[in-house]
Design a protein around this ligand. Structure first.
Ligand code: 13P
Ligand code: SF4
Length: 302
């Protein structure tokens, strides 16, 4: 173990801290984490933990959700400027305008959103449970925010609902083009194409499997294939190659890294554990309202 990893382990014990990390943060940060997972898994872990301090190696909406679910805990982010641009691609006004147009409307909010937007929503979802939760809602009209691509994917899976999509998108996944996927498939004809639902519909149409980061990793283990083309951020390669060293993975998003996730370095993890920097705060008013939509997700995801 390197010196910095030893120091992180020592401080973690001293501060009674737990490190949660998303699959997109750099490999060495994933290596020191207690739990690594997709957004849904990490929000469950944030809710369950009995640690005093949560170090959230991810982007801001993840740290905020952990704080909302766990107000009595200290939530630290190694880099509090690490943010998801899509989280800011919908306004409260757009939500309230839509509410005025439909009596029977559920506002379904992808967790990649600000705490403030969650206060205007009825239920949160992640890419791993969006279809399941939307199916269970009593309302027929759904306003899906902020991601148009995940919203469109849900609408194909739940045709009985009338789903209106906001026009936000992930700048990394939305830029994947179908011709790039086709070229990659031609180069690797035996490979299955596993993709994240934040990609555009023309890309999803070429998929063998569509799911969250954790879903993609699980599927690669179960599928009877040895080669895979991966349609999500390259951070997942660390877990894929660790779990399945005998299989081969090609990235369709090579170079399309999530720069914000990559701001989370090992040095910053050490710094926030040592100095208590990057603490996330959420006002009581926002917290109480946003908690309802996060709790509803945890309840409906069962
Ligand atoms: P997952 O919930 O699939 O991990 O996705 C989070 C994310 O930000 C994808 O870009
Ligand atoms: Fe946001 Fe896209 Fe980064 Fe995910 S990959 S955190 S959606 S910018």
């Amino acid at each position: 173990m390197e010196l910095i990893e030893k120091e992180i382990a020592r401080l973690k014990e001293e501060r009674r801290a737990v490190i949660l990390a998303h699959y997109y943060v750099p490999d060495d940060v994933q290596r020191v984490a207690d739990y690594v997972g997709d957004s849904f898994y990490l929000s469950k872990k944030a809710k369950e933990t009995d640690a005093q301090t949560i170090v959230f190696a991810g982007v801001r909406f993840m740290g905020e959700s952990a704080k909302i679910l766990n107000p009595q805990k200290r939530v630290l982010m190694p880099d509090s400027t690490a943010d998801c641009p899509m989280a800011h691609m919908v306004t409260a006004k757009a939500v309230e305008d839509m509410r005025r147009q439909y009596d029977d409307l559920a506002v379904v909010c992808y967790v990649n959103s600000t705490a403030e937007i969650k206060t205007h929503s009825d239920v949160c979802v992640t890419s791993s449970n969006a279809v399941h939760i939307v199916k269970k809602l009593p309302q027929r009209n759904i306003f899906f925010i902020p991601d148009k691509n995940l919203g469109h994917y849900v609408s194909t899976q739940v045709p009985e609902k009338h789903i209106l999509c906001n026009d936000g998108y992930c700048p990394r996944h939305n830029g994947v083009r179908p011709d790039v996927v086709r070229a990659c498939k031609e180069q690797h004809p035996k490979a299955l194409f596993l993709v994240h639902p934040e990609c555009p519909e023309e890309v999803l149409a070429l998929a063998d499997y569509i799911g969250s980061t954790a879903g993609i990793i699980e599927y690669a283990g179960k599928a009877g294939a040895d080669e895979f083309i991966i349609g999500t951020e390259d951070g997942v390669m660390y877990e894929l190659t660790k779990r399945y060293p005998e299989k081969t993975f090609y990235s369709v998003m090579e170079g399309r890294v999530c720069e914000d996730m990559k701001k989370v370095t090992l040095e910053k993890v050490l710094q926030c554990l040592r100095d208590g920097t990057g603490e996330i705060t959420v006002s009581d008013e926002v917290r109480e309202k946003a908690l309802r939509s996060l709790d509803r997700m945890l309840e409906l995801a069962e």
